[in-house]
Design a binder for this molecule. Structure first.
Ligand code: HEM
Length: 498
């Protein structure tokens, strides 16, 4: 089907190009000294080279063409960066030039590209929203004040696993972690669970999955702008519907909260929604309800799947490396006490658990190519010119597995981070799962708290084994590409009382 769509699109394009040649096309100025890369085919350029797992295909190509290479993806000139030194040039040295992004067509649904933080160019609105994230929503003080909300959700996950441990049922750990991520986030934002049917949560969970699926699919309209109007794969139309349904859910919750706030003597919830409504009410930041809804959309789409798939990978790696699992359990038993409840404040006292999380991000960054950046001017990087308007991708997956940086790069060795000062904040360019510079992920403090707490709680409370018939040797460790990279095959595990 996709192949037929591709052929139809190419046919349309060919017609258009011929028509343009009558009218006279604009000749584009091409700077000299472009990065090297494989010669593109007519029209489709290097699109077919991306394959099903673009981060891996691009890593392979970089072995031939080097850490900076150029590809022509349909009409989009793309430069791929695959070394820490060059990632630093993009994310720090030339931060001002590479600060904006290329916009996927699906993201223009409901004008999200003009109201959602990840896609805005640097502007007063961008600064306002970043400030909102950093100071009102995800600052350490704010997160400290609502950590109990997340702690309760993790305790519920532990209770669920305990029930499965008693019945001997195998657990789909990614699914369970996704539910906990969604509920941790919905409690941080709305002080309620969103995966219980009475709260339309079933809908929200399915909507988040569907948005990830639609936005993650390769979209011909992104590579051939002439197709944007027709949306031949229907991806934008379906994203439009999902965004609309999500906004309807938010509308109901916001309306209820306004009513509650208006009742005299009502106590505020100290959650993200209250913080946002305070800002709307103060009118100091020019924040309106439409902006609040777009911000909430980003919160749920960016914050759920990323953390749950990382937890699933961490568990998969630990189950393949039982001595690392034992070492982590020993640390937890010594610091927290066997089976005792872990809290976010315990994280700094658990260096091995932190090393496991870093090692998981090194091998399995949820956004292996980060989010795309765009060049605002012809710029010299690594001795080549990145032309103005080019899309720039940083292959964090390739950097994480580069043998010139890491010893035994494909092995899961958390010990490499013990005593090392490499952190996840984007200042060490060999490990950049959250990006870097002005556009780095503002969700990092929340994501890392959720991840350490969930993983630590699960491995402190239980012993684990793979489901019957699966061994570390036969386990499928392949991934599949979407908005974020997930395991190709869900991890099924059996918990045993510790
Ligand atoms: C494991 C979890 C997560 C990972 C690995 C991750 C990764 C990323 C990456 C790579 C970027 C692009 C950075 C760049 O261009 O330099 C990003 C941006 C962003 N992330 Fe996250 N993220 C995670 C969780 C979250 C959470 C929990 C939230 C919010 C609740 C969030 C909200 C955002 C937003 C709003 C942006 C856009 C920032 C901007 O463009 O200025 N993320 N994230």
């Amino acid at each position: 089907m996709d192949y037929l769509v591709l052929l139809l699109c190419l046919h349309l394009l060919w017609g258009l190009i011929q028509a343009l040649s009558f009218v006279g096309t604009r000749v584009q100025r091409t700077p000299s000294n472009l990065p090297p890369g494989r010669r593109p085919l007519p029209l489709i350029g290097n699109l077919l080279e991306l394959g099903k797992l673009p981060h891996k295909s691009l890593a392979r190509l970089a072995r031939t063409y080097g850490p900076i290479m150029k590809l022509q993806l349909g009409f989009v000139t793309t430069v791929v960066i695959s070394s820490p030194a060059l990632a630093k040039e993009i994310l720090r040295t030339h931060d001002a030039i590479f600060v904006s992004r290329t916009i996927p067509d699906t993201i223009t649904a409901h004008n999200h590209d003009q109201l959602g933080l990840p896609w805005l160019p640097i502007s007063p609105l961008f600064r306002k929203l970043r400030k909102m994230y950093n100071s009102h929503l995800l600052s350490n003080t704010k997160l400290d004040s609502n950590q109990q909300l997340r702690s309760m959700k993790v305790e519920e996950l532990v209770c669920y696993v305990r029930r499965c441990a008693h019945s001997g049922d195998a657990i789909d750990i990614g699914e369970a972690a996704f539910r906990t991520s969604l509920n941790s986030l919905s409690n941080t934002v709305f002080s309620l669970d969103m995966t219980c049917p009475s709260n339309s949560a079933k809908e929200l969970k399915e909507l988040v999955w569907q948005i990830m699926a639609e936005v993650g699919k390769p979209n011909l309209a992104d590579y051939f702008p002439v197709l944007k109007k027709t949306d031949p794969q229907g991806l934008k139309r379906r994203t439009e519907l999902c965004f609309g349904e999500m906004f309807d859910i938010f509308d109901v919750l916001i309306k209820k909260r306004w009513q509650l706030r208006m009742q005299s003597g009502s106590v505020t919830s100290n959650d993200v929604l209250d913080a946002l409504l305070d800002v709307v009410e103060e009118k100091s930041e020019d924040m309106d309800i439409s902006l609040v809804k777009h911000l909430l959309l980003d919160f749920f789409v960016a914050g759920t799947e990323t953390t749950s798939s990382t937890l699933e990978w961490a568990m998969a790696e630990l189950l393949c490396n039982s001595e690392k699992l034992s070492r982590a359990q020993t640390e937890l038993h010594e610091v927290i006490g066997k089976g005792n409840r872990m809290e976010e404040v315990d994280i700094p006292r658990l260096p091995y658990l932190q090393a496991i999380v870093k090692e998981t991000f090194r091998l399995h960054p949820p956004f292996p190519l980060l989010l795309p950046r765009k060049s605002e001017a012809d710029t010299q990087v690594g001795g080549f010119t990145i032309p103005k308007g080019a899309q720039v991708l940083i292959n964090a997956w390739a950097i994480g597995r580069d043998p010139s940086i890491w010893v035994n790069p494909n092995e899961f060795v958390p010990e490499r981070f013990l005593g090392s000062d490499i952190d996840l904040r984007g200042s060490n360019f060999e490990l950049v799962p959250f990006g870097g510079g002005r556009r780095s992920c503002p969700g990092l403090p929340l994501a890392t708290r959720m991840l350490h707490l969930k993983l630590g709680s699960l491995i402190n409370a239980f012993n684990w084994r793979l489901e019957d018939g699966v061994t570390p040797e036969t386990m499928n460790m392949e991934d599949k590409f979407g908005v974020s990279v997930q395991r190709a095959q869900p991890l099924k595990v059996v918990a045993l009382p510790a």
